[in-house]
Design a protein around this ligand. Sequence first.
Ligand SMILES: Cc1ncc(COP(=O)(O)O)c(C=O)c1O
Length: 384
Amino acid sequence: MEQYDLSTLLIHGGKTTDDRTGAVNIPIYQTSTFRQERLGGNVEWEYSRSGNPTRHGLETLIADIEKGTHGYAFSSGLAALNAVFSLLQAGDEVVISRNVYGGTFRLLDQVFQHFHLSYRIAQGETVEDFAHAITDATKLILLETPANPLLSITDIRRVSEYAHQRGAKVVVDNTFMTPYLQQPLELGADIVVHSATKYLGGHSDLIAGLVVVRDEELAQRIAFVQNAAGAILSPFDSFLLIRGIKTLGVRMDRHSANALKIAQELESHPCVGRVYYPGLPSHDGYDVHVKQASQAGGMLSFELTDDCDYARFFEYLDVVALAESLGGVESLACHPSSMTHASIPSHLRKEMGISDSLIRLSVGIENVEDILNDVLYAIEKSRK
Ligand SMILES: Cc1ncc(COP(=O)(O)O)c(C=O)c1O
């Protein structure tokens, strides 16, 4: 299958058909256990925590499309991250970028720290910022690019090269880009993690997480943790996720085209301050982003000027829903300082550039004029 284009692999990659019946979709093997022919025989499937054919289909598919060798499906993005952190030991250190997803930070800060796994925060997005944070105890570097909510960009290749010189592995949370737009393993990262709840699922109807690696030893260790801790994805959700991934390419093309158009329009709007979208040449990370990703995806943020009341903006949205989460076919708006980033003290938020007037959009795949008109109308109505 390797010879095929990614948009073909999304549909035909992995083991997602059924040899026994010819069904073009792998059935939902809704079973906890499997009948064994004889005692001590060699069985492919024995118990669905250790392995299930539907989940296996998804796991081989994500491995193919992320250009890895092994994929693992978990019950949420955080369960996937939990499995990755479980590879470490007391005394080890993780370096994270300062704008990783809040739940990732909470997992390290309030769960793993109790087991003497410490973390350090890179104070910016550059290789130098990461280099500054790495110590001899650093075993893992975790980054997101683009990162929430300012869509800041990190050079995956350069950070990976540096991390490897220092004996650390690099994990990229590729949730915002998906393998259709960016393939971190090809850029030198060691582990890719997804909240598949977002673009991979694509329809805001499931919670799931994925891990992909291309190293046999790492693969065996993740497989061991997946089975030992048991936070596996169910057969039904595995089926839904395979179904979602089939349309990932067309959705990401449309998300990216819609978001680019909206970002361009907002950039010249008198009531809008900065627009953060890695597909705009004015974005700080533009040069790096275009080197490592094929398009800029569906996430963008913008600031309303002081002439507008940001709270009123949300009242006048109609097509776009005020909601947490992202990556579904429907457009969503959120207010980072009171929603996704509310747990960060306000002075720290300001230092990070997250002002109260910042609005984040997950641009869906509706008609772009309908989304744009909705946003422009709400801006107009928010004028003081
Ligand atoms: C970038 C990123 N990583 C991880 C997660 C956690 O994923 P889940 O909600 O599927 O546990 C999220 C959730 O919002 C996220 O945005």
